[in-house]
Design a protein around this ligand. Structure first.
Ligand SMILES: [Cu+2]
Length: 345
């Protein structure tokens, strides 16, 4: 697809600018599919029109049409051509899908959490933000996306991608933004009352400016970016004073969890939280499962339902007693205590 016609197609289809190579690849396939199918439809329509006129009823006497049998080789050629075309599209699309899942070595990893009704972002060396995703331009980025409450969908029109955000699971999305700019992010899965207000901005900064952002400055592009920070109540683009995990630490102390749980690896009245996230748990029933976000949440809400083997059933339930944001913060805190903290789960 030559660039000029790609621009034309983009205008005709009301698409925004494509911000990454992956997005331009998706566009190329999209334009190829839509042009071929539209041309096909046009050919069929025009033929029908010609036949309509050519074979219209003329006079009273019907003129029988000669019986026509199409040679098998034409039929095979037609079927083969169409099948080949569809397989080619599938092949190209499949490769593009894989490219969106796989990140090159050294990609910057950023955790994305969707919850009613905002997007939160956290990375190992950058500050946590709400409503504004800050990435360096021209560097591969891998998002690890999850949801805290219901299914959301991380949608960046400029990247031509929607990726489901599912509670208790991580999905991933990789891309490299070509050059600095700001791009809107939406939620593309109806998720409740303020679904339409669940938006954020993806800001790609030049490498030097990104470095300054890591060091504490707030570049104008970030300061001006918009997004929804309903629950957090913070100002957009402004880094949160403390990270989600740090808030979790405070909340764990406030709710008295630390009277029974330690964070140094020593079991107390309850199991230690050090290395808990992602580890295999053995329950009194003999059942084995992996401590993910869903399990941790369940342990707080209904502690009697999955009792850990070797401990007394003394943990009180916190169902209805904790703010959802506090539950999320504590889960995030326990997650930060895993042995391989900082790497993808
Ligand atoms: Cu949503």
């Amino acid at each position: 697809m030559i660039p000029a016609s790609a621009d034309l197609m983009r205008d005709v289809l009301f698409l925004p600018e494509a911000a990454s190579r992956q997005a331009r690849d998706i566009d190329a396939l999209h334009f190829w599919v839509i042009s071929a199918t539209m041309l096909g439809a046009l050919a069929v329509g025009l033929t029908a029109l010609v036949f309509l006129v050519k074979y219209r009823r003329m006079g009273d006497r019907p003129r029988p049409t000669r019986f026509i049998a199409l040679p098998v080789k034409y039929e095979l050629a037609m079927a083969g051509l169409l099948l080949g075309l569809f397989l080619a599209w599938w092949f190209v699309g499949y490769r593009q899908m894989i490219a969106l899942q796989r990140a090159p070595e050294g990609a910057l990893e950023i955790y994305v959490t969707g919850k009613q009704w905002m997007w939160k972002f956290a990375s190992a060396d950058g500050p946590d933000t709400v409503g504004v995703l800050v990435v360096p331009a021209a560097r591969p980025v891998r998002l690890l996306i999850t949801a805290r409450d219901v299914v959301h969908s991380f949608f960046v029109p400029a990247l031509r991608v929607k990726q489901d955000a599912i509670p208790g699971r991580y999905t991933s999305l990789s891309f490299t933004i070509d050059r600095p700019g700001s791009f809107p992010v939406y939620c593309a899965e109806y998720c409740g009352l303020s679904h339409s207000r669940m938006w954020a901005t993806l800001v790609a900064l030049p490498p030097e400016e990104y470095q300054r952002w890591l060091e504490g400055a707030v570049p104008p592009a970030v300061g001006e970016a918009g997004g929804n920070a309903d629950i957090a109540g913070g100002r957009l683009g402004e880094r949160e004073a403390i990270s989600i995990a740090q808030r979790g630490e405070q909340q764990a102390a406030r709710y008295g969890c630390l009277a029974c749980h330690t964070v140094d690896g020593q079991p107390h009245i309850g199991p230690t939280w050090r290395g808990l996230f992602g580890s295999e748990r053995v329950l009194v029933t003999g059942q084995r499962l992996v401590a993910d976000a869903a399990y941790l949440t369940q342990s707080m809400m209904r502690p009697m339902e999955d009792l850990v083997a070797g401990y007394p059933p003394v943990m009180p339930t916190y169902q209805g007693q904790m703010e959802p944001a506090d539950v999320a913060a504590i889960v995030e805190y326990i997650k930060s205590l895993r042995h391989d903290a900082g790497r993808a789960p």
